[in-house]
Design a protein around this ligand. Structure first.
Ligand SMILES: Nc1ncnc2c1ncn2[C@@H]1O[C@H](COP(=O)(O)OP(=O)(O)OP(=O)(O)O)[C@@H](O)[C@H]1O
Ligand SMILES: [Mg+2]
Length: 467
């Protein structure tokens, strides 16, 4: 293995020396510069594997150097050294493309970890072709998403993944982890809405034996379990306020304290998060802390709803059917042209997850190796009822209602009676809500704004549930 080479930029000779000695002990050759001009001339003459720069330099800001490197040496990982407590600068530099930051006074163990991660990320194969991600789709939205993921995978910056239910947020989080330097370490997804409140702190940070009634032995928290890897906070909007404060602290200090422990433990974890809720709105309405949002949302990735990238439906269908068929050892079924058309017309409030469910059900129902339009059971549920669904405020449908172009009388004329048409619409709304709530009726009723009993009554009436 050839010696790695790093460029260190700081105007304080003591810090330069400390960094040079530390990296030297890690078998890394170093060059040092005291200002931006010197740094640029080094960058133009030599090849580097890593660059570490102070933020405040005599002839400008480290940010300028981060931007210069993005332009001139895009593969070179650059980390910034920030003054203690100046998290704003750290965030700004990561937005500009720095892969990580370290704050003063520099903790040597943290520095060594940062350097190792940078070197591993520089060794990743250059720009893998998009086929290597499991994210299917040839729409521009998906291709852009895949490119962003590949770029972001090398960075350590927190990423906030937004998108409707079932649109693929967790898949995106996994891909960021899998394509980055942490891929050999754990990826841990935490559903923030599913952990009982009273257990949350111990789940996140761990506890010491005897620290509270029932703590019979030491417990490792999620931060420690994910050490060196990635923690994905799913449904992050569901975190109670007191946990938001604790999480903020853990992210800021890069350390956690298990309940009952005397000492803090430093952690090295990349943080990703997602929610189908509108987090900006949660902040505006006081349910989510602004400061935590600011730290989680260093980089935002939006996953487009399936209805806005319909051209992906055939490819996704093909992929999902193949997967289903392989699982049960049967030949992959085909879709009749009418079935294909039906799928492309459907609104998919539950996005790719709903497509998966629809196909699985159709696969089970179809008699031959061809799935017919009827097998999809999407009767009356084409685009035309979309405004009805949106008006029903289904979870995850944050898209503002569009032009209401539905000709209800014309749609209704396709049915024997108004009652049957309305029943179909109701059925569709209830099924979508159930699918989005993963068939949890209590949750579905809550999202629909009706009582559990009323939901059951309606399901029974429509023949969707046994008496
Ligand atoms: N572009 C895609 N290519 C292939 N599979 C996909 C794609 N998008 C989503 N999926 C699949 O659809 C399902 C739902 O995706 P995922 O769980 O990532 O969505 P989500 O946005 O996290 O949903 P939820 O809000 O319900 O948690 C998964 O099985 C996932 O593998
Ligand atoms: Mg999810």
């Amino acid at each position: 293995m050839t010696m790695k080479r790093a460029l260190i930029i700081d105007d304080e000779p003591d810090i330069r020396e400390l960094l040079e000695i530390t990296l030297g002990r890690m078998q890394i050759t170093t060059d040092a510069a005291a200002n931006i001009a010197q740094a640029k001339s080094h960058l133009n003459c030599n090849h580097y594997d890593l660059c570490l720069t102070d933020m405040r330099l005599p002839d400008g800001s480290g940010l300028e150097l981060v931007e210069y490197i993005q332009q001139q040496h895009p593969g070179l990982p650059v980390a910034v050294i920030t003054a203690h407590g100046s998290i704003d600068t750290a965030i700004e530099s990561m937005k500009a493309g720095a892969f990580d930051f370290i704050s003063k006074p520099v903790d040597l163990a943290t520095l060594r970890r940062l350097v190792n991660t940078a070197i591993e990320s520089a060794q990743l194969p250059p720009q893998e072709p998009p086929q290597t991600t499991p994210i299917i789709g040839h729409s521009k939205a998906i291709q852009d998403l895949i490119r962003s993921i590949q770029k972001l995978a090398r960075s350590q910056a927190p990423v906030y993944i937004s998108g409707e239910s079932g649109s693929g947020k967790e898949l995106v989080a996994r891909s960021i982890h899998d394509l980055g330097p942490r891929s050999s370490k754990p990826f841990i997804a935490v559903n923030c809405g599913a952990i009982p409140r009273e257990l949350m702190e111990s789940e996140f940070f761990g506890h010491k034996k005897g620290s509270f009634t029932g703590a019979h032995q030491d417990k490792t928290g999620l931060f420690q379990a994910a050490e060196g890897g990635t923690l994905f906070f799913d449904e992050v909007a569901d975190l109670p306020i007191d946990m938001q404060v604790k999480l903020l602290r853990a992210i800021q200090e890069k350390s956690v304290r298990p309940i009952g422990a005397a000492e803090e433990i430093t952690t090295d974890v990349r943080i990703l998060c997602a929610t189908h809720k509108n987090l900006e709105k949660e902040v505006a309405e006081g349910r989510f802390r602004q400061d935590l949002f600011y730290r989680l949302n260093v980089i935002q990735l939006a996953v487009a709803p399936l209805r806005d990238r319909k051209e992906d439906i055939p490819l996704l269908t093909q992929h999902l059917l193949q997967k289903l068929a392989t699982e049960i050892g049967l030949p992959t079924p085909h879709l009749s042209p009418a079935a294909q058309k039906r799928l492309e017309e459907y609104h998919f409030p539950g996005n790719v997850r709903e497509l998966e469910n629809v196909l699985e059900r159709a696969f089970t129902l179809c008699d031959s190796d061809t799935i017919e339009a009827e097998d999809l059971q999407l009767r009356g549920s084409t685009n035309s009822i979309r405004p009805v669904i949106e008006a029903g405020q289904l979870p995850g449908s944050q898209t503002p209602a569009r032009n209401n172009t539905v000709d209800y009388p014309a749609r209704c004329a396709e049915y024997p009676s108004l009652d049957e048409y309305l029943q179909d619409v109701e059925k569709e709304i209830l099924c979508s809500a159930l699918e989005q709530a993963r068939w949890n009726k209590t949750l579905a009723a809550k999202h629909l704004g009706i009582s559990f009993r009323s939901l059951r009554y309606r399901l029974q009436k429509l023949g969707l549930e046994d008496e």
